[in-house]
Design a protein around this ligand. Structure first.
Ligand SMILES: Nc1nc2c(c(=O)[nH]1)N[C@H]1C(S)=C(S)[C@@H](COP(=O)(O)O)O[C@H]1N2
Ligand SMILES: [Mo]
Length: 196
């Protein structure tokens, strides 16, 4: 398999853990997934409703802005397009923010992304993974259990919200948690778009 390291990155075999705040403790009773914003009708899905959606398995490279890249991790999850299909977005809706847990607030973290590049099999809300050194296993609490977004490799990994709670659909591209603090709106590692 051909590996292309983006500029300024180094390869790691391990999967580092990086986030702000504490680790979310999953409780199925209070957990849900919201599809909201510029949609005809907002939707709230329970954990079991999410987990019965069609599954996708893909190998996706991860590039963290702190300069590590991990190749060849295989994920099992629900493709963004499966959730996108559940709502009718209004006209000219081309962006989303993916929300997740931060310090007691299930909607305290967010990352913005354009919709168009997320319609393939490499934009997944994941719950299981494996690689050459690890058998299939659940995503650990530190990596985002019960559900965690993994963006296509053409985005830095901070766009990969852990402990996800929902998707907000938007007409304008609006900054999320790190973007507000000066990180790139577009975040392409191959163009080294780290800051804005
Ligand atoms: N909810 C939440 N998701 C988050 C973060 C965070 O602080 N909170 N940090 C992001 C950043 S900056 C990175 S690099 C990746 C790291 O993912 P990992 O710890 O699974 O390697 O998670 C992203 N998702
Ligand atoms: Mo990061």
């Amino acid at each position: 398999m051909k590996k292309t390291l983006p500029p300024g990155q180094f390869e790691t075999e391990s999967w580092p853990v990086l986030h702000q705040g504490d680790v979310y403790k999953f409780n199925e009773e209070t957990w849900d997934f919201k599809l909201f914003g510029e949609v005809e009708e907002e939707k709230t899905l329970s954990y079991s409703e999410i987990m019965t959606l069609p599954k996708t398995i893909s190998t996706i490279d991860m590039h963290c802005v702190t300069t590590w890249s991990k190749f060849g991790t295989t994920f099992e999850g629900i493709a963004f397009k499966e959730l996108f299909n559940l709502v009718n977005v209004k006209e000219n809706v081309n962006f989303i923010q993916i929300f997740g847990y931060y310090n007691g607030d299930r909607f305290g973290y967010s990352a913005n992304l354009p919709i168009a590049p997320l319609l393939g099999d490499d934009a997944l809300f994941v719950y299981r993974w494996k690689d050459d050194n690890h058998p299939w296993q659940d995503i650990s609490p530190k990596h985002g259990y019960p559900l965690r977004f993994i963006p296509p490799a053409s985005f830095y990994l901070w766009k990969g919200t852990k402990w996800v709670s929902g998707i907000r659909f938007m007409k304008e591209d609006e900054a999320g948690f790190w973007e507000e603090l000066g990180y790139s709106m577009t975040a392409n590692p191959f163009k080294e778009e780290r800051y804005r």
